[in-house]
Design a binder for this molecule. Structure first.
Ligand code: ADP
Ligand code: MG
Length: 411
């Protein structure tokens, strides 16, 4: 089931302060059927509010929600064909796992035999068949979350909505369960909206990510593409561990400068900028373009992180991950920069600037009047999704080739 959000907006009145919070601000996206889409952003950016509007638990102030060909904006939650899973699994503690899964099916009046058959089917998908007689208190967090997902899947929803479903799990279970969610989604092909504030989580399992800040969509794209081609400073800084290094800089007469050093040439006009450099973008070199003051070295497995300082850096420490580094006791070291790991942003707008591409500002709604800074003709989502499908095909092909060659080896 495809989902189309058009100008979706939610305002909350704060009666005490007599003010308004625009929790979700003019969100317009098309989610193709069968996609696992991540809503990603810091706490308070409007992820849950968006999900609640999708589920029908909250009514939008403006805008519309379409599932398939049907406008569901004002449809009650029970009639939307959704499955919901929240952060706290909210299982009924006095019921067994089986009863928990059966309960919503009973509510929609499914005949008993069918109910039980269906429950066993979904239990198989999420691999909890052996736990059906247990009570929730006899399950681990990950198992409980799987039961919650089974319960949501039992009604054969057209749309699965997950709100930070992993945040109550410990690190290891979180990893395991996120793979599990990915597998279940692949198997069932149910269009899924997955809310998280954890960029690594979103990057690792989502087909497409929607990055949000203060209720406004900042960028939509395939995870790797967002990482490689961030459209504004917020997106560049939000994605990536360790995070990107940001410097104040300036463009002067065709040169990009950090402090007094010219790090690259550009055709862009003179302006104040931010220069953001991914940790993996530095190459130690005697004749390097950027000099950093050495602070200390961190060696973790095969990774070497050089921690340095620079007066133009926005953070106290700059982290560069390098393959090889010889500590000579020098106070400072020079680096060359990998051009595709360096991003420039206008200092005032924080929008990306580049020699060969024009970047749009996020589309925001101010009050009732829509301000569209740059007209967006192309549907970014469709483009991202097409690309994403291409990646799948390539992966499948690569795996096929691998399998074939393994088979021929066996022969
Ligand atoms: P997220 O899920 O991304 O952490 P939310 O969607 O929960 O963010 O909240 C978005 C914004 O809306 C926040 O500023 C939050 O304080 C505000 N908000 C959410 N629910 C309400 C409400 N019922 N009344 C007033 N403000 C709310
Ligand atoms: Mg939330």
């Amino acid at each position: 089931m495809k989902i189309v959000l058009d100008g979706l907006t939610k305002e909350f009145e704060n009666k005490k302060k007599n003010s308004k919070v625009i929790a979700v601000n003019n969100v317009s996206i098309d989610i193709p059927s069968g996609t696992l889409v991540g809503l990603l952003g810091p706490s308070g950016c409007g992820k849950s509010t968006t999900l609640f509007m999708l589920s029908g638990l909250l009514a939008p102030t403006r805008g519309s929600i379409v599932f398939g060909d049907k406008d569901v904006t004002h449809l009650e939650p029970q009639k939307r064909g959704i499955g919901l899973v929240f952060q706290n699994y909210a299982l009924y503690p006095h019921m067994t796992v089986l009863q928990n899964i059966l309960f919503p099916l009973e509510n929609i009046g499914m005949p008993k035999d069918e109910r039980i058959e269906r429950a066993h089917e979904v239990a198989k998908v999420v691999q909890i068949e052996n736990l059906l007689d247990r009570k929730p208190s006899e399950l681990s967090g990950g198992q409980q979350q799987r039961v919650a997902i089974a319960r949501a899947l039992a009604k054969a929803p057209d749309v699965l909505l997950l709100d930070e479903p992993l945040s109550n799990l410990d690190a290891r279970l979180r990893l395991q369960t996120r793979e599990e969610i990915k597998r279940i989604q692949r198997e069932t092909q149910v269009t899924t909206v997955f809310v998280t504030h954890d960029q690594e989580e979103a990057m690792s399992i989502c087909d497409v990510i929607v990055v949000m800040k203060l209720g406004v969509v900042q960028q939509v794209g395939v995870p790797q593409e967002i990482y490689d081609d961030p459209h504004n400073l917020f997106v560049a800084q939000f994605l990536g561990t360790p995070p990107i290094n940001t410097f104040a800089g300036v463009i002067k007469k065709g040169g990009v400068y950090i402090g007094k050093e010219k790090i690259m040439d550009t055709k862009l006009p003179d302006q104040e900028i931010y220069v953001a450099i991914r940790p993996e973008g530095f190459i130690p070199a005697k004749d390097g373009v950027l000099t950093l003051n050495f602070d200390h070295l961190e060696v973790m497995g095969r990774e070497r992180s050089i921690l340095s300082t620079h007066e133009s850096s926005l953070k106290p420490l700059i982290r560069s991950i390098v393959e090889e580094f010889e500590e000579t006791g020098a106070k400072s070291y020079k680096f060359n920069l990998k051009p595709h790991k360096v991003f420039l942003f206008n200092k005032e707008t924080e929008i990306r600037i580049s020699d060969d591409k024009v970047y749009d500002a996020p589309v925001v709604m101010k009050g009732l009047e829509q301000v569209q800074l740059e007209e967006k003709k192309e549907n970014a989502f469709q483009k991202a999704w097409n690309k994403c499908k291409g990646v799948f095909k390539k992966k499948e092909k690569a795996e096929e080739v691998k399998e074939n060659s393994e088979e021929s080896k066996e022969k």
